[in-house]
Design a protein around this ligand. Structure first.
Ligand SMILES: NC(=O)c1ccc[n+]([C@@H]2O[C@H](COP(=O)([O-])OP(=O)(O)OC[C@H]3O[C@@H](n4cnc5c(N)ncnc54)[C@H](OP(=O)(O)O)[C@@H]3O)[C@@H](O)[C@H]2O)c1
Length: 272
């Protein structure tokens, strides 16, 4: 019988890829979201809200493994969800973060104590984060932000998903904490240059002050603490090249995809 696997966050950046790759691997996939639309053929969409106790429970029935995304700034409520999962499934793969903020650390502890076979994914910054520049690049070919020298090894969502699919479908990943990066450290101004090269139009980085970026984010309604976190993290990333891990290759057998490859797949978003 085909393994039945539940993907939470199945319509998001990573979950969409996990779902597609599980289907390709021949698994029976159930997808949970509040609006489970646009799923690949054959995937069973289940509507549920992870923040509402009991709401997602129907999705857990008869599943063997769960890809767990917890898109909240607190681990409150996760224990109940894990209890419901442990009543049905045998395995959980939790999408944490390389930054491991307090609520993520708490969530990781809960996952480890769930009684399930667990795997934790700690991705670094997603290549998809650069889509936030798409509007400015289309409009004027300029990105005005602070910390152009901030370096990161941006990771392709397909690679995060490929590691998740291995951990969801094979033995040998219980207790593993996988730190995931792309293959190379690139500064933000280098990322912008790569986007320009791929779309065939010059795109330049214009260094802005942290103060102006702060005002812009606050005006968009970001909470002040989150704004400060982002700016502090970016300032720290100017200290030197970012960490690059070999985990994607070690787990999947394939090299991590480059940022240039990611841009080529998403070039339409940056082109006029
Ligand atoms: N961006 C980065 O650089 C980065 C780096 C490391 C880790 N992460 C982690 O990655 C996660 C985000 O992944 P992503 O970018 O793939 O997500 P995303 O694109 O923001 O999509 C979120 C998904 O979760 C679903 N969802 C949201 N609220 C929900 C709720 N209350 N109940 C049920 N489903 C809900 C959404 O569908 P509906 O809206 O239809 O419910 C959607 O499928 C976060 O936990 C973040 O901390 C991000």
């Amino acid at each position: 019988m085909r393994p039945r696997i539940l993907v939470t966050g199945a319509t998001g950046t990573v979950g969409r890829q996990v779902t597609a790759q599980l289907v390709e691997a021949g698994a029976e996939v159930r997808a949970l979201a509040r609006e489970p639309a646009g799923l690949p053929a054959g995937v069973e969409g289940v509507r549920g809200d992870l923040s509402v106790p009991g709401s997602p429970d129907a999705a857990f029935g008869g599943v063997e493994a769960v890809f767990l995304l917890w898109p909240f700034a607190s681990a409150d409520g996760l224990e109940g969800v894990l209890e419901a999962v442990a009543g049905q499934a045998r395995r959980v793969v939790y999408l944490s973060s390389a930054v491991v903020r307090d609520h993520e650390r708490r969530a990781e502890r809960l996952v480890e104590r769930s009684g399930l076979d667990w795997t934790i994914l700690r991705p670094h910054a997603f290549a998809a984060n650069t889509l936030r520049w798409a509007g400015r690049i289309r409009a004027e070919g300029v990105v005005r932000e602070p910390y152009g020298r901030a370096a990161m090894a941006l990771v392709h969502e397909r690679d995060i998903a490929a590691v998740a699919v291995r951990a969801l479908t094979e033995g040998g990943h219980h207790g593993a904490v996988y730190e995931l990066t792309g293959p190379r450290s690139l500064t933000q101004d280098e990322q912008v240059r790569v986007i320009g090269e791929v779309i065939g139009r010059p795109v330049r980085w214009e260094e802005a002050t942290p103060g102006s970026a702060r005002r812009r984010m606050l005006a968009r309604g970001w909470p002040p603490a989150a704004v400060d976190d982002v700016l502090r993290a970016q300032a720290a990333m100017t200290a030197g090249p970012a960490t690059v891990t070999a985990t994607v290759r070690e787990v999947t057998g394939d090299p991590a995809r480059t940022f240039r490859n990611w841009v080529a797949e998403h070039a339409h978003a940056f082109r006029v």
